[in-house]
Design a binder for this molecule. Structure first.
Ligand code: F0G
Length: 364
């Protein structure tokens, strides 16, 4: 009889590379297994011979890559007997933590900077029913508070300083190698708190290292390219910064927690950090929507902005295979999307055949 194995999330799929046992109760929403989409139109626009793929993490259950880390972090929190989790967030981590807490039947507390998280993320977090604590301060202030509060209340931190988050997120690198048959030449990512670039590098290293339990899957590792928003670019400043500002609110972070791990990823891979203005980031977001039909949130587009810049300067040479991670779904931030399209706002006509026909024929 034909038996089809259902896909039930990253832990089940990569169980032998993750810290779970046969008896661990898995808290999963079927995250991972996201599409790796080969761009067809944008590479032509560059005028260079390059192969660009986007790993569309916006198609995870709560619309961002955080779900890979959260399934692990919440699974391990529950296994350890925790009844409550907490995080500081620019929005996506809070949505993800809230959803996985519901799934597990535990409580989620989220600290978010008041007025600085995108509408879709707030809507999700409200609907999942997390305890939302808005603070008059940015993500970095929230993060500092969360690190302190665990000494005063029985809550488990599920920010990416929780190593299980990184373990879950490394599976995105596994999926890419499994699908392409090898690591890409370059891997481009937006960098905020710097957990994700660290997680990908861990994944690529594990797949290219033989251990007692595993043969190496490949001997190749990509060059890691981390891109920041110009107003929130501590890796370019070479030091923490205090008042990060960018339209890409997901990466409005001045004190990244995975500072050392991200520098290690850059150095060990022979990669680099760079930064781009809000205008450049939004232009990349529009380009992807309007030339490929892929709608990511602003922060995510930093990866493509960076890749295209480095392709145009030749820093990423012709013939390269490049993967850009699109960390979150465009629907997360409808305000920033609509604001960019003011000039192309929809026409309104009478509900009548001739009026509709005229609009169509005028456009063709
Ligand atoms: N892209 C999106 C859409 C994000 O939400 C984040 C981080 C990043 C990129 C950067 O990833 O922090 O691992 O370097 N969002 C966190 C949050 C901070 O609270 O949702 P990173």
């Amino acid at each position: 009889m034909f038996t089809h194995k259902r896909y039930t999330g990253i832990i089940e799929h990569y169980r032998n590379r993750l810290p779970v046992s046969e008896t661990t109760r898995l808290i999963s929403l079927g995250e991972g297994n996201t599409p790796l989409i080969q761009l067809q139109n944008i590479p032509r626009l560059t005028g260079k011979e390059v192969d660009i793929y986007v790993k569309f993490e916006g198609l995870n259950p709560t619309g961002s890559f955080k779900d890979r880390g959260m399934t692990m972090a919440v699974t391990k929190a529950v296994e350890a007997g925790s009844r409550a989790i907490i995080c500081a967030s620019t929005g996506n981590t809070s949505a993800s933590a809230a959803a996985y807490a519901v799934r597990a039947g535990i409580k989620a507390f989220v600290l978010i900077p008041e007025g600085k998280i995108a509408l879709g993320k707030l809507a999700q977090t409200l609907m999942y029913g997390a305890e939302i604590i808005q603070i008059n301060g940015n993500f970095d202030k929230g993060m500092a508070l969360v690190k302190e509060i665990v000494n005063h209340a029985p809550v488990t931190i599920v920010n990416s300083i929780n190593p299980f988050r990184i373990d879950g997120q490394k599976t995105a690198a596994f999926e890419i190698v499994d699908e392409l048959g090898d690591a890409p030449d370059y891997h481009c990512l937006p960098v905020g708190n710097a957990g994700n670039i660290s997680a990908y590098w861990k994944g690529y290293k594990e797949y290219s290292t033989a251990s007692e339990t595993h043969k190496a899957v490949t001997d190749k590792r990509p060059v890691m390219c981390g891109y920041q928003a110009a107003g929130a670019a501590p890796f370019l400043a070479g030091k923490m910064i205090d008042n990060p500002e960018t339209v890409a609110t997901a990466i409005r972070i001045g004190h990244p927690q995975s500072w050392d791990l991200a520098w290690a990823a850059q150095k060990e891979s022979g990669g680099w950090f760079d930064m781009f203005s809000d205008e450049q980031i939004l232009a990349a977001q529009r380009l992807l929507s309007q030339h490929e039909g892929i709608f990511c949130e602003p922060a995510s587009a930093a990866s493509l902005a960076g890749a295209l810049h480095d392709i145009s300067t030749g820093k990423i040479p012709e013939g390269s295979k490049i993967v850009c991670t699109l960390t979150g779904n465009g629907l997360k931030d409808p305000d920033t999307a609509i604001k960019q399209c003011i000039a192309t706002h929809p026409v309104t006509v009478e509900a009548e055949l001739n009026a509709v026909k005229k609009v169509i024929l005028d456009c063709l």
